[in-house]
Ligand binder design. Structure first.
Ligand code: 13P
Ligand code: SF4
Length: 364
């Protein structure tokens, strides 16, 4: 008979150092039956225990290729859903804290997206004219929506290729939930701003006229990331006044104005690579999440590089931050004793269609 599950309350008051010892011991016991994936926004105390780290695209590939029985995802909810969808049926995806969501992902839901599709049908023939693209930062049912309507998923590192693929199939794209990734990528591809309209999901017909919809190449959902919206063009201007030699690099979830003022725009993995490969002594201003920026500064300071956070006010992804060593220790000690807690399981039909959209992305 298996004993009762260990409770998270019993871990809440543990010191981080005690958690470390217990995490290492449980990992050792589990061996290659368990793999820990860590997104770049995780805090150091958790990140150091990850077997693999990466951006959303790399981590989805790591999850798809893993042979481990348990995939523990130190990230947010949609990432663990992707791990469940892409892994084999007998593998188990786990999210250490069930409350670790993504506020941007929550800005689009199936009801609103379906309503948008229905409203577009009054003007266009969406099945023939519109490819739905969901950013990977979205719930599984929206990925399934894309799978059902011959659409696709994208991440911040492959958005351009995915848009190109989509325009080969149909003349227009409905892009959700992040307006900024869609706009920044579309503009880089030469699509004028006037041909990228914003669909306000709180208004009938997205608050757009029939003509605006007919003329649009990309219909952008009015979603955004609460972390990346704090970065402002003035932050760049002020910093450059003080340190004109600075290189600026931003995540494409930042606004159009911020990305236009940046020397480079890319996913978290790309930001890390470009800064790490830069000349010794370089100064960087980085428009993405604080934990990544602080860690990058620590890793690069020996080469005389200075890596600065773009905003004068400190702001981290609070949902990523929910995963702490206490939750990780709780998850792993339960697994080491043969009990699964916090499994993420996507319902079968939804998973099947979501996988179609994810596989389409991974094959590009
Ligand atoms: P990346 O895919 O670039 O890691 O981005 C994920 C994310 O949530 C950024 O906010
Ligand atoms: Fe979501 Fe923004 Fe956090 Fe990324 S940084 S997980 S988009 S809330």
């Amino acid at each position: 008979m298996t004993s009762a599950a260990l409770q998270i309350q019993d871990y809440a008051l543990l010191e981080d150092e005690d958690c470390d010892t217990r995490i290492i011991a449980a990992k050792e016991k589990l061996g290659d039956r368990c793999v820990i994936l860590g997104h770049h926004y995780q805090r150091d105390e958790v990140f150091k225990h990850a077997d693999f780290s990466g951006d959303s695209l790399k981590l989805s590939r790591d999850a798809a290729e893993s042979n481990a029985e348990y995939i523990v995802f130190c990230g947010v909810h949609f990432m663990a859903e992707v791990a469940d969808i892409l892994s084999r049926p007998e593998q188990i995806a786990i999210l250490p804290d069930m409350a670790a969501g993504c506020s941007m992902a929550d800005m689009a839901n199936l009801t609103n997206v379906q309503r948008c599709w229905d409203e577009l049908s009054q003007i266009l023939d969406p099945e023939a004219q519109v490819t739905p693209i969901t950013y990977i930062n979205s719930a599984a049912d929206l990925k399934a929506f894309c799978g059902k309507h011959e659409g696709i998923v994208c991440t911040s590192s492959n958005a351009q290729k995915i848009l190109e693929w989509s325009f080969e199939k149909r003349e227009k794209v409905l892009f959700f939930p992040d307006q900024h990734l869609g706009r920044n990528t579309g503009y880089r591809m030469g699509i004028p701003l006037e041909e990228m309209v914003t669909w306000d999901f709180t208004k009938p017909m997205g608050g757009l006229t029939e003509q605006q919809i007919r003329d649009a190449k990309i219909i952008l959902w009015k979603g955004f990331c609460s972390v990346h919206q704090i970065f402002q063009p003035e932050h760049i201007d002020r910093f450059l006044e003080k340190y004109p030699e600075t290189k600026v690099i931003s995540h494409p979830e930042a606004s159009f104005e911020v990305c236009q003022k940046s020397d480079f725009v890319g996913s978290t993995e790309t930001i890390l690579r470009i800064v790490k490969e830069s000349e010794p002594g370089t100064r960087w201003l980085v428009g993405t999440e604080l934990n990544l920026v602080n860690r990058l500064h620590e890793q690069c300071k020996d080469q005389g590089k200075n890596v600065h956070f773009m905003s004068p006010t400190v702001c981290m992804c609070s949902t990523m931050f929910r995963t702490d060593p206490q939750h990780l220790a709780w998850i792993l000690e339960n697994l080491a004793e043969g009990r699964v807690v916090n499994q993420i399981k996507v319902e079968a039909e939804q998973a099947q269609y979501a996988k179609k959209a994810l596989d389409a992305m991974l094959s590009i």
